[in-house]
Design a protein around this ligand. Structure first.
Ligand code: 8X3
Length: 252
């Protein structure tokens, strides 16, 4: 039997990353789970291995370039890289937003994606059929009040994906961008609002069915498992109740 192809998922400790790791393991990939929180990814790797899949956990901070380079040396070839690590901090207007939050968001979302993609690109090419997935956001395509710091970072990720696709055309690597809108996960809004549960709950208040991490993971797995000549450049997904970044139907 041919050895399983490797799929690496960053930010695999929870939410979309963890759900994507599950889906790609189910699709037959040997998944490598990376995140800062070792206990979480170890537990998920165990769960997947116990279920008969192949999974390994590797503790990694995507903003630490030396650590990312060291991580990349573990692989000869990589079939899939899912750049999922990132997130939002704060929802303040431009007039009062905290520059430290903006800097952290740029570091985790943009530089993190840049670090891992640069380090693994030769391994993706070496696979003969590689796929880079960038999990951006609808915030990467349009702005909203109070979102500028996050929106700027996600626009950065969007540009990274678009530009990389132009630059490596002709090489055997696809670049797929997945832009989810409102997704209700355990941590996204809670992190954004510094653990304030009331503020976090307001994000989804009255919204009938926000997307789940599973919905997004399912979409990622679908794009990755298309025939290798099919490149889904950009896929935007939102819950039915969300028509745009600023137009959400709430049943209150
Ligand atoms: C999450 C979507 O609307 O919170 O990436 O910016 S939003």
């Amino acid at each position: 039997m041919a050895p399983s192809r490797i799929a690496i998922v960053t930010g695999a400790s929870s939410g979309i990353g963890a759900a994507t790791a599950r889906k790609l393991a189910e699709a037959g990939y040997r998944v490598v789970l990376t995140a800062r929180r070792e206990d979480r990814i170890e537990a998920l790797a165990k769960e997947l291995n116990d279920a008969g899949h192949q999974a390994t956990a590797y503790t990694l901070d995507v903003t630490d370039r030396a650590a990312v380079d060291e991580f990349a040396t573990a692989f000869k070839t990589v079939a899939v890289l899912v750049n999922n690590a990132g997130g939002a901090l704060g929802a303040d207007p431009v007039a009062t937003g905290d520059p430290a939050d903006w800097r952290t968001m740029y570091e985790t979302n943009v530089i993190g994606t840049l670090n891992v993609t640069q380090a693994l690109l030769p391994k993706l090419v070496a696979s003969g059929d590689g796929t880079v997935v960038v999990v951006s956001s609808t915030a990467g395509l349009g702005t909203y009040e109070g979102g500028a710091g996050y929106v700027a970072a996600k626009h950065g990720e969007h540009v990274l994906a678009e530009t990389l696709r132009l630059e490596i055309v002709g090489q055997p690597v696809r670049v797929i961008e997945i832009a989810p809108g409102m997704v209700k996960t355990d941590e996204f809004a809670l992190t954004r609002f510094g653990g304030d549960e009331e503020k976090a709950a307001k994000v989804y208040q009255g919204v009938a069915e926000p997307l789940t991490a599973n919905d997004v993971a399912d979409t990622i797995a679908w794009t990755v498992t298309r025939p290798h000549h099919v490149n889904v450049d950009l896929l935007v997904l939102r819950p039915r109740a969300q028509a745009s970044n600023t137009k959400v139907h709430r049943e209150l």
